[in-house]
Design a protein around this ligand. Structure first.
Ligand code: ZN
Length: 332
């Protein structure tokens, strides 16, 4: 939909980053925007300038080729691994003191906030770092890795154009420090905004990932449709119950937790915020989510580079996209 693309383009403003939106039930890519961009019509004239701009890398499609630490959006993945390994996960309570020591490292919650006693749902809602570092060091790393790989990390993605596949490196030799960092989306894990929207869309779609596609139909010169892209099943990534539970958690993030600035009046939104620390010193703001939460028509993945908090820079973009897309959908 052109409107969604135009809006996404405007919402990123003059910042570098990417927005990908997908229809979870069909796999249709509604929009994919990467900035900085370039005008393909002027490519020949500007080729040298574009190619030499290593700092901004305008030729990289950040949506599919931008490799970022997932930050706290990865807590969705760690939650799934914890639930799969611990059938009694609902009974697990951790007492967050605002920071925790893991090997030689201290992991801090945002502003050292003391979250107190929390179960998994509370920890997702509060995006509590120490909770996730703690559960990860208790997990069997090979099982953790299997869950992560089952969500298409270190795997090929169903996409015909160039992309980078995501990387997750924990193994039996990983240190406590590495595990604690990885659980909260730091460490060495790298993901593209495109892969993050696929995971989000699978959660939104009861665990089923549909094959993403860019082109609705191809018409001949007379306007007659000659090829129509029909929705195609790709893979079951999660059990229905797992998808439902994660949706419940993500709804809480938006109604009561760190994702409030993505809330839309009259529509339930499910989301997860994230801030990815990086070498620039200013966090990349992440947001993944979908709406309406119980019958999703749009899943989004947003990253705004070196901007600051998700609450301020990424979640409001999701809100604007949900409002525009779902409102249109309802009017049609
Ligand atoms: Zn905490």
């Amino acid at each position: 939909m052109q409107t969604c693309k135009k809006l996404a383009y405007e919402l990123l403003g003059n910042r570098n980053g990417a927005i990908v939106a997908i229809e979870p039930s069909t796999g249709k890519i509604v929009c994919m925007v990467s900035k900085p961009d370039f005008n393909p019509n002027d490519l020949e004239d500007n080729w040298d300038t574009l190619r030499e701009d290593e700092k901004n890398g305008p030729l990289v499609n950040r949506a599919t080729q931008g490799w970022y630490p997932p930050g706290s959006t990865f807590k969705i993945v760690t939650s799934l691994a914890f639930m799969r390994e611990n059938p009694l996960w609902k009974d697990y309570i951790y007492d967050c003191q605002g920071k925790g020591v893991f090997g030689e490292n201290t992991i801090h919650c945002h502003f050292n906030k003391v979250h107190g006693e929390e179960n998994l749902e509370d920890a997702v809602k509060n995006s509590c770092n120490t909770f996730f570092s703690e559960i990860a060091i208790q997990m069997d790393i090979s099982k953790y890795r299997n869950v992560v790989d089952s969500l298409l990390f270190n795997e090929l993605l169903p996409y015909p154009l160039p992309y980078k596949n995501s990387s997750f490196v924990l193994n039996g030799d990983s240190s406590v420090e590495q595990i604690a960092e990885t659980a909260i989306g730091q460490g060495e894990t790298l993901i593209t905004p495109f892969h993050n929207v696929l995971i989000t869309a699978a959660v939104a779609n009861g665990g089923i990932l549909m094959k993403p596609y860019l082109v609705d139909r191809i018409e001949n010169e007379k306007g007659k449709t000659i090829i129509k892209n029909l929705p195609e099943f790709y893979k079951k990534l999660l059990e229905v119950e797992e998808a439902k539970t994660l949706t419940t958690f993500m709804k809480k993030v938006v109604s009561e937790g760190t994702g409030k600035t993505s809330a839309v009046e009259g529509i339930d939104v499910a989301g997860k915020t994230g801030s990815a620390e990086n070498t620039t010193g200013v966090s990349h703001a992440w947001y993944v989510g979908f709406a309406p939460a119980d019958n999703p028509s749009l899943a989004v993945s947003i990253i705004v580079e070196s901007s600051g908090t998700s609450t301020k820079y990424a979640a409001p973009i999701a809100k604007a996209l949900f409002e525009e897309y779902i409102k249109r959908d309802q009017e049609e």
